[in-house]
Write a protein that binds this ligand. Structure first.
Ligand code: MTE
Ligand code: MOS
Length: 730
């Protein structure tokens, strides 16, 4: 076989120009909002204005001939989008469960006309009691619980630990909503040609959308075809939500017979799409006479919103990560998804782990403060090590580098000097105070438990054309994380052909096999691995001028089988690790926090393309830091209050400082070229690091994120230790 000579075999991590670079930088790429199909009509949803109630009657104004109303009775199949349960109606026809829930769609030539019609529709409701906050749901208890899990010690065993402990420290921690703010709001177009339903749209999971649409239309799945349009960011927000929109435009387009497009503006997107689950966590930590942690109880409540969506699996990840990167001898972990009459919450980069890490990092810091010990030294004592059991009785089989990474970071930032400088600064300044904060975290790569084996069953296909061109056929989507480039590099490197001669068109379910959704940072490690194996096989079969196809199916690797009923075993095949440091200056008069310096060190196995990973680090850390001190989203009487970017104020260029990052090679045997997952890890440590930095700067304890100026100013007035880890009566 004759392959093109490559001058020198480069390390795969060496960066190349991204495949999508030119068309994105030139602004040539067409997003769903740019596509103008012939005869396309616009769809706009009538949404519930009540948090909970029965629909008694809908009064429609006269509808002009060129417009149509599409409602539940038009759905040929089932009026439901199944995520994990059958609880999300496509159009609510009997009961509304949250403000913003879709009731019907008006379809017509222009948005202005539709707004006019929508403003004249009157819905009569019979109000029902509503639960409008996580606090209220926790207070009500059992009837609001949608899902719960627990593992570790039984309640009785835990009470025993508490009774026998030398001291028990209790604390609560809360985290708020977070909004994805992908640059491109959600959008879908449906086309019905009399036989097949074609959907074009912005999405992470083409096959999820396909299954949902087939169920809504009550048709065979081969009568539904889904094509991903260039996706301007997803961050988890386009994991489940697009299925609902796709069903709505599919039904409309099938009934009317013309293409129907629905593209949200920012306000609509922020008001009704899924968000990060607000959480409420409680810790009870038993210390022995030697002031060591003997046992810990962690209880996590997530606000699921009005229906389950993906919340059970978000809760699973939150619970498995509840102990952070620490090892405790005895543990009891419990968690609940609570139903509230608010917008359903869903996937968001980190998937439950950012909540857990924010809580456990704060709690560990507070225990150290309570014991008057140095926080870093204290945390290090409990770091998990290779060979240790995981929180769920699995095993950390691979080397763990967090301690090495920390050593390196302490040298790089000149820790002792920096601390001294901060002390000096704080003595000399009354108004401005400086502090450092660290966070330690891991991310289990891929689906939790046996998801890959039982539910996803990924398949990939590599096509070599007679022209010797090679095409990647997978269902995974580029959404900024660099997939087009990294997948092509893996295949090109194995085949020893130039990477730009590899084709990887956006997925079209008519052509690509189901390689699974683009979530859980699974694509490089799981799908990339399958492509690597396919490429190895293709290399052996290679014949110039001949068309060849190679298909690879997922094979499950599992040492300690995962049991979802008992939460026991290896929850993940591998873990990526990170440590963050934030150096901040807090204005104690205004409560405004300014970042001075940020460090992020990571072990993601092996970077397939270093520049792409730096991009993930910069974007992920910025998103994570903002979750800790800037991005505050609230709901009031059941409606989201911040529905524009200026209300929500995510970080902009003025808020970000250069991020110092380092990657530590630690190749994983079952990842392509040693790669593990990277996409979500980068977000997880941001909030706990900036939280710790703010606490250290002003020497006050807090028990929630985000630490906005208002909370910091209020916190300045609290007495020390109040509200955080404190000794309980028992
Ligand atoms: N990076 C960019 N630029 N845009 C995104 O939408 N999504 C994140 C992460 N990084 C995202 C991103 C999320 S939530 C996940 S799960 C992973 O990318 C998914 O991609 P991967 O499997 O290729 O890591
Ligand atoms: Mo990412 S939250 O798994 O889409």
């Amino acid at each position: 076989m004759k392959m093109q000579e490559i001058a020198h075999k480069r390390d795969i991590s060496e960066s190349v120009k991204r495949k999508d670079h030119d068309e994105k930088v030139a602004g040539r790429i067409e997003y769903v909002g740019d596509i103008q199909p012939e005869n396309v009509l616009v769809g706009k949803l009538l949404r519930s204005t009540l948090a909970h109630g029965r629909i008694k009657a809908i009064h429609l104004p006269p509808i002009p001939e060129e417009c149509r109303i599409i409602q539940a009775s038009d759905i040929p199949g089932k009026n439901v989008v199944t995520i994990l349960a059958d609880d999300q109606p496509i159009f609510a026809d009997q009961e509304v469960q949250y403000i913003g829930e879709p009731i019907l769609m008006v379809v017509g030539p222009t948005e202005e006309q539709l707004m006019q019609i929508l403003s004249q529709i009157k819905v009569d409701y019979e109000p029902l009691p509503s639960v409008l906050s996580l606090e209220a749901a926790i207070h009500i208890g059992a009837s609001c619980v949608m899902e719960s899990y627990s593992y570790g010690l039984s309640e009785k065993e835990m009470e025993n630990e508490i009774n026998n402990a030398s001291r028990v420290l209790k604390e609560q921690f809360e985290t708020g909503y977070q909004e994805h703010i992908y640059l491109e709001p959600q959008g879908m177009i449906g086309y019905w040609d009399g036989k097949t339903m074609l959907i074009d749209g912005s999405m992470q999971c083409p096959y999820y959308v396909k299954n949902a649409v087939a169920m809504a239309l009550g048709c065979q799945s081969d009568a539904v075809r889904i094509r991903q349009t260039p996706t301007g960011g997803g961050f988890g927000g386009k994991e489940d939500f697009p299925s609902m929109m796709a069903c709505q435009v599919a039904v409309a387009s099938k009934v009317i017979g013309t293409p129907v497009r629905m593209v949200f503006n920012r306000r609509e997107d922020m008001s009704v799409t899924t968000k990060r689950h607000p959480s409420h966590m409680t810790y009870r930590t038993c210390l022995n006479k030697a002031q060591e942690i003997e046992a810990m109880e962690i209880v996590i409540y997530l606000d699921g919103g009005a229906n389950l969506g993906l919340s059970s699996v978000v809760l699973q990840r939150a619970l498995i990560n509840a102990t952070g990167v620490y090892r405790y001898n005895k543990l009891r972990v419990k968690g609940y998804v609570m139903r509230t009459n608010t917008v359903p919450n869903g996937a968001f980069r980190g998937f439950g782990a950012p909540q857990s890490y924010s809580g456990i990092e704060a709690h560990m810091g507070h225990i150290a403060d309570y014991l008057d010990q140095d926080g870093l030294t204290f945390k290090r004592k409990y770091f998990v090590k290779q060979g240790d059991a995981t929180s769920t009785g699995g095993r950390y089989r691979d080397p763990i580098l967090i301690d090495t990474m920390l050593e390196q970071m302490l040298v790089d930032i000149d820790y002792k000097e920096l601390n001294k400088a901060n002390k000096r600064f704080n003595q000399q300044n009354k108004r401005y105070k400086r502090g450092l904060g660290f966070s330690f975290f891991a991310h289990g790569c891929g689906f939790t438990g046996s998801g890959e084996r039982d539910h996803i069953k990924a398949q990939v296909r590599l096509e070599k054309k007679a022209s010797d061109e090679v095409i990647i056929r997978i269902a995974n989507t580029e959404m900024g994380q660099g997939l087009l480039t990294t997948m092509s590099k893996i295949v090109g490197d194995v085949l020893e052909i130039p990477y730009d001669s590899i084709g990887y068109p956006n997925p079209d379910t008519e052509i690509v096999p189901d390689s699974g959704p683009t979530v859980a940072s699974r694509t490089t490690m799981i799908v990339g691995r399958l492509l690597e194996q396919a490429a190895i096989e293709l290399k052996q079969l290679w014949q110039e001028g001949k068309a060849i196809e190679v298909i690879k199916d997922y094979e499950h690797f599992e040492a300690i089988p995962w049991d979802e009923a008992t939460f026991h075993g290896d929850a993940y095949p591998a873990y990526s690790w990170g440590i963050n440091m934030a150096h901040v200056q807090v204005d104690t008069l205004t409560g405004v926090t300014e970042l001075l310096d940020v460090f992020g060190y990571y072990d993601i196995g092996k970077a397939i393309d270093e520049r792409i990973i730096r991009g993930q680090i910069e974007g992920g850390m910025t998103q994570g830091l903002a979750f800790g001190y800037m991005e505050r989203m609230t709901s009031r009487e059941g409606a989201i209050e911040q529905v524009t970017i200026s209300d929500y104020a995510p970080p902009t260029a003025v808020d970000v400082v250069p991020i110092h990052s380092k990657l530590f090679d630690n190749p994983y045997a079952n990842g392509p070229y040693g790669a593990k997952g990277a996409g979500e890890l980068m977000l997880v440590g941001g909030a706990p690091a900036v939280f710790a930095a703010i606490e250290s700067a002003i020497d006050k304890p807090f028990s929630c994120i985000p630490l906005t100026p208002e909370i910091i100013v209020a916190g300045m007035k609290t007495k020390e230790k109040e509200g955080t880890a404190h000794e309980s009566m028992h």
